[in-house]
Design a protein around this ligand. Structure first.
Ligand code: ZN
Length: 273
C-alpha cells in the first residue's frame, strides 16, 4: 500500500468515526469495531467498499431517528435513542468484513466475492430500512408465516410499507454505486439485480428466521412479549425460539443470505458472458 492511500484511509476512517460517535449513531465500542471493519474494507475492497458501507450506516441511522417518538409509543423503537453498540455493528458488518477479507485472499474470484460483499450490505440495509420505515405505518404488521396481525416490532412481522423501505434502500445503494463513475469492477446491471434480489430475499429470510427461531421472551413483571432477554430490570422468561438466536445473530443470517444471493447473481452473469 502506498503512503498516500494509507493517509486517505486514516483521514476518512477517523472522520467517519468521529461523526458517527458525535452524531450518536454508534456508541464507543460500536465506533471502534466499525472503524476496524472500515479499515479492513478500505484496504481490501477499496473506495467502492467503504462508500457503500458508509451510505448504509448513515441512511439507516437517519431513518432510525425518523419518527422515533412514535416508534417509542408503540414500544418498538430501537433502544437508547437509536444509539447502536458493537453487537449491532457485528450483526450488520461481520459478513461484509469476512467477504472483504476473502476478496483480498482470493483475487481470482474477485467479481463473485464483490457481488457477495455488496449483497451482504444490501440485505442488512434493506432489513433495517424495512423495520424503520415499516414502523411508521399506522396499521399493525402481519406475520410472514400465517398472516396473523401482531404488535409492531414483533420478529416476523412484515408490511407493504416495510418492503417498500427495503426496495428504497436497494435503489439508494444502486444510485450510490452508479455515482462512483465508470471505474467500477462490476457492471451496473449485475449490481442492480444483485442488490434488489439480496434486499428482498435478505429481508424475507430475516423475517422467517425471526418468526420461527429467534428467542422471544415474556416479562414476568409487566407481561409484555419482547425480543429482549431482560425487561423491567429483571430476566424475562423464554416462551419461544432459541436463546442463542437473538436479533444480532438473526442479522448475521440475513446478511449471509444476501451475500449468497449477491454472489450467485454475479456468478450467473460472469459465467455466461
Ligand atoms: Zn417488563
Amino acid at each position: 500500500m502506498n503512503s498516500i492511500l494509507a493517509l486517505e484511509i486514516v483521514i476518512v476512517i477517523s472522520t467517519l468515526s468521529i461523526l458517527s460517535y458525535k452524531l450518536r449513531i454508534l456508541d464507543l465500542y460500536g465506533t471502534l469495531l466499525a472503524a476496524s471493519i472500515g479499515v479492513t474494507v478500505y484496504t481490501t475492497v477499496g473506495r467502492v467498499g467503504i462508500f457503500l458501507l458508509t451510505v448504509f450506516v448513515v441512511v439507516a441511522g437517519l431513518f432510525t431517528k425518523l419518527g422515533y417518538d412514535r416508534k417509542s409509543l408503540v414500544g418498538a423503537a430501537e433502544p437508547r435513542k437509536g444509539l447502536r453498540g458493537w453487537r449491532n455493528v457485528m450483526g450488520n458488518g461481520l459478513v461484509a468484513a469476512a467477504a472483504a477479507v476473502a476478496y483480498a485472499l482470493l483475487p481470482q474470484h474477485s467479481e463473485v466475492i464483490l457481488g457477495g460483499y455488496i449483497g451482504a450490505i444490501a440485505a442488512v440495509f434493506a432489513d433495517t430500512m424495512a423495520t424503520e420505515v415499516g414502523l411508521l405505518d399506522k396499521r399493525y404488521p402481519i406475520l410472514i408465516i400465517g398472516f396473523r396481525r401482531v404488535k409492531p416490532g414483533t420478529p416476523g412481522g412484515v408490511s407493504l410499507l416495510g418492503y417498500m423501505g427495503a426496495l428504497f434502500s436497494a435503489l439508494i445503494l444502486i444510485a450510490s454505486y452508479l455515482s462512483l463513475g465508470g471505474s467500477n469492477p462490476l457492471a451496473l446491471n449485475v449490481v442492480g439485480l444483485s442488490v434488489i434480489a439480496a434486499s428482498l430475499i435478505g429481508t424475507t429470510v430475516d423475517s422467517i428466521v425471526g418468526q420461527l427461531l429467534q428467542g422471544l421472551y415474556q416479562c414476568e413483571a409487566c407481561g409484555r412479549i419482547t425480543e429482549l432477554r431482560t425487561h423491567c430490570g429483571g430476566v424475562a422468561k423464554l416462551i419461544r425460539g432459541y436463546r442463542l438466536l437473538d436479533n444480532h445473530v438473526v442479522n448475521i443470517i440475513c446478511s449471509a443470505s444476501g451475500a449468497v444471493v449477491g454472489a450467485v447473481v454475479t456468478l450467473v452473469f460472469y459465467s455466461t458472458v
